[in-house]
Design a protein around this ligand. Structure first.
Ligand code: ZN
Length: 225
């Protein structure tokens, strides 16, 4: 079984055989999330940056499941201080597991929370799950790195923030999708809060006009990898 499930906001759950990989698990306080981590097998938790709508429940889930949090060094150390298991990496680093690999790539964004004034750099993530590439852009502005990421890794799925205000908006995300040469784009980081409300059909139409497929998943909807 290989599945990529959207959990709302920027949270995703990848399942591959016996492994369960949670990304940016903002569950508590996320109006669209309906995910009971206590009933799932979670083996790895990967967090793009320290903002609470991304770090989310990671520490509690790590304590419950024993799964390590994989994050940029400063954020990983903070998670360890809070009693979680964590692995600290930095931008450019790639880790290999039974299920494939994750590489930490740049994002143009900040990384802190009220309890952690500096969480290191914000990251985006490139997954390789048995040859299926998934790029999770984290929170970011439109950046030239998308061209390089597209050229080098040619991600099949691109998970892109489209809500604007804190990240790129859908116009910039459509340009990003083109730069990444993604086959299928899953929009994220929209409609969770009033200032990131969008009409997602417009993004679907924009991508269709440039020959790319957009999958606006609802929370708990998934694609088979
Ligand atoms: Zn953020």
């Amino acid at each position: 079984m290989r599945k990529l499930t959207y959990l709302g906001h920027s949270a995703f759950f990848i399942e591959k055989d016996w492994d369960g990989i949670l990304i940016d698990p903002f569950i508590t306080g996320n109006p669209s999330a309906n995910f009971d981590y206590k009933t799932k097998r979670i083996t790895h938790i990967i967090v793009t940056h320290a903002h609470l709508d991304h770090l989310g429940d990671a520490i509690a889930i790590s304590k419950h499941s024993g799964a390590p949090i994989i994050a940029v060094f400063e954020l990983a150390n903070y998670c360890i201080e809070k009693g979680a298991k964590a692995i600290g990496v930095n931008i450019g680093g790639k880790l290999k597991f039974n299920w494939g690999s994750v590489k930490f790539l740049p994002a143009v964004h900040s990384s802190s929370n009220p309890d952690l004034p500096y969480g290191g750099l914000a990251a985006s993530l490139l997954f390789d799950i048995d040859g299926t590439t998934i790029y999770h852009a984290g929170d970011t502005a439109l950046m030239p790195d998308f061209s390089l990421i597209g050229e080098l890794y040619n991600p099949y799925y691109a998970l892109l923030p489209v809500g604007g205000y804190y990240t790129m908006d859908m116009n910039d995300a459509a340009i990003a999708a083109k730069m990444l040469y993604a086959m299928e784009v899953i929009p994220m980081h929209y409609n969770t809060f009033p200032n990131i409300k969008v009409d997602i059909q417009k993004f679907v139409d924009m991508l269709e006009a440039q020959g790319q497929k957009c999958l606006p998943l609802k929370a708990n909807e998934y694609v088979e990898l």
